[in-house]
Design a protein around this ligand. Structure first.
Ligand code: NAD
Length: 279
């Protein structure tokens, strides 16, 4: 018996905070694997956004392409406009990667309400905006097979090892990543009837701009020279014995969570940390 006709996949992703670091590596991997991609970041990184867009478009064979959109994920209206522009220019949205995040090093007894708002605005509310507004767009597109030739739509967010075991002086950041895990689990249950999966990735110690800032702050707090904190943490904590690179995370997110192979996975937070946390 002939199998029912299926449309060729037309896969489109938004990756927030993708002008650099882990987000950039994920976006490049998605483009390599056949996704059209919206590169997003804040206005201060507009030049870096353009560089990533050009890198993708200059190496594309023509079937996929990238656009750049400046948007602050803490503002629902900006996320909504970014989704609208992406769909208009690239096609139905099949993947949202809510990657943007900020770190904060502060002992909890020094933390102010403003500190909490700053971290939770980006790491929790930003992820919430991206998750829910992407979900509304996907639901409006209808069944993913006729709409885009894929079995399920996918929503993916950035958690962290500290969403499993908090680090001292990263208390508010850790709490924000636990919150992302909770949000992911609840949304996975609510969106399953719409053929949308929701998962998060939990990197360990990745050598990005974020860890440069963490290293500097830990250095000031503990009187260590530049580069010493990341070296010590990496040596003491990582089973595989090396600091992570963004491509390690892109392998899990682009290679698996964005692929057809993860269609039966939802509500999970997947560690990619070289063996810091064993679950
Ligand atoms: P990074 O600082 O290099 O990149 C984060 C990007 O997010 C930046 O380009 C930044 O401008 C952007 N961003 C920040 N606020 C934004 C906003 N309001 N709107 C849009 N973009 C915004 O950091 P990274 O290491 O690449 O981190 C990426 C994600 O991975 C973050 O969520 C982070 O918490 C998480 N993570 C990182 C590590 C690590 O070791 N680097 C470990 C675990 C989890």
């Amino acid at each position: 018996m002939a199998s029912p006709a299926t449309a060729a996949p037309r896969r489109t992703a938004i990756v927030t905070g993708s002008a650099r670091g882990i987000g950039k590596a994920i976006a490049l991997r998605l483009a390599q694997d056949g996704y059209s991609v919206c590169i997003n970041d804040i206005a201060a990184l507009a030049d870096d956004i353009n560089n990533v867009v050009n890198e993708i478009n200059n190496s594309s064979s023509g079937t996929t392409r990238a656009i750049g959109v400046v948007a602050d994920v803490t503002k629902a209206s900006e996320v909504e406009a970014m989704i609208k522009q992406t769909v208009e220019q690239l096609g139905p949205l099949t993947l949202m990667v809510a990657n943007a995040g900020i770190a904060q090093i502060k002992p909890l007894l020094d933390v102010t309400e403003a500190d909490i708002d700053q971290v939770f605005d980006v790491n929790f509310k930003g992820v919430f905006n991206c998750y829910t507004l992407a979900a509304k767009q996907m639901i409006a597109q209808g069944d993913p097979q006729p709409a885009a030739g894929v079995g399920v739509y996918k929503i993916v967010g950035a958690a962290s090892i500290v969403g499993f075991k908090a680090f001292a002086t990263l208390g508010i950041y850790s709490a924000s990543k636990w919150a992302v895990r909770g949000l992911t689990q609840a949304l996975a249950m609510e969106l399953a009837p719409h053929k949308i999966t929701v998962n998060t990735y939990a990197p360990g110690i990745v050598g990005t701009n974020m860890w440069d800032q963490i290293d500097e702050a830990l250095g000031k707090l503990h009187g260590r020279p530049k580069g010493e904190s990341i070296k010590q943490y990496s040596q003491q904590l990582i089973t595989l014995g090396r600091t992570s690179v963004p491509e390690d995370v892109a392998g899990l997110v682009g290679g698996f969570l964005a692929s057809k192979d993860s269609d039966y996975v939802t509500g999970q937070t997947m560690l990619v940390d070289g063996g810091i946390i064993f679950n």
